[in-house]
Design a protein around this ligand. Sequence first.
Ligand code: NDP
Ligand code: OXD
Length: 316
Amino acid sequence: MAEARRFARLVIYHPTAAQEYADRLAAKGVSDVVAVARREDLGPVCADAEAVACWDFPSELFPKMPHLRWIQVLAAGVDHLVGTIELSRRVQICRAVGPFGDQMAEWAFSEMLAQVRGLDRLRRQQAAATWKRFVPGSLSGSVLGIAGMGAIGQAVARRARAFGMTVHGLSRSTTDHGADRGFGTGQWIEFAQSCDWLLLLLPLTAETAGVIDQTVLSAMRPTAWLLNAGRGKLVDEAALVAALDSHQLAGAILDVFAQEPLPPSSPLWRHPKVVVTPHLAAVSRVEDMAEILYQNLVRDRDGEPLMNVVDRERGY
Ligand code: NDP
Ligand code: OXD
């Protein structure tokens, strides 16, 4: 008799929401789940796991998980796991796709609009009961360059058009991703020269680490802004501070940093041309991630290919 199909034995590792994930899955009939919030509790429950859901996972435990077949990362980026040598190549890594574009677009547009419409200045004027009119800038007619025209980049691009912006896009494998003008990896300088706003939505890989270096920064327009919501290590932060100090670009809006949390000693906190947001441009909401996880559990149970499997050679 054929063996009845069942859900994979799952370990959910999350510091604050592991049990909430487990409860949501239980409500859908997935019960073979162990919820773990603390690193020290993982060891005893790992040996039997066939699937793991996590943001990050202690790599030294992977060799002790002989049944592990796949990992659902509860985020879009997988840089913290994809290069893990302890993780067997037969284990598939799946990332989350779908719920981030809307949030990312709102982050980017709230920050860009705050700059062009002078929101800080207006709030200061109001606090001082000062009636002083000025002519705000506009996004309309400006060029938004998006490096990383993937799921999230394309969602931001759609909103940019609604604001009357022209979209220039840069990606790895194609220049034909629906931007008004497409650039490839050999065209960083032309790309940087062409933008009023340069938004980084790249994954962190061996190829993209440090891609925003002194050379690219010096190609930017003195009036242009850099926005980074990809990963901090895309940018040479010391070169960025130097470029801002020497007026090579107008400012930077940063959601991600080489070291997170951003240390209090970082010059970025206090730099007058830098806006810091604490890695919340597009957050992983439990309800969204639980649904993505559930869809993959069902696919796995039914013998179908998993969704959003990462290419481990490519790194994203
Ligand atoms: P996708 O994989 O859908 O898109 C990645 C894009 O980057 C693709 O267009 C890809 O090109 C391009 N790319 C990859 N490598 C290179 C390279 N070497 N040079 C140029 N372009 C390259 O990812 P998502 O859009 O879903 O997410 C992007 C990143 O955003 C995540 O990896 C994560 O780091 C970050 N993120 C940050 C969040 C935050 O809150 N700050 C929230 C969510 C995500 P191609 O199309 O040719 O494959
Ligand atoms: C992600 C993130 O990659 O939140 O999803 O940074």
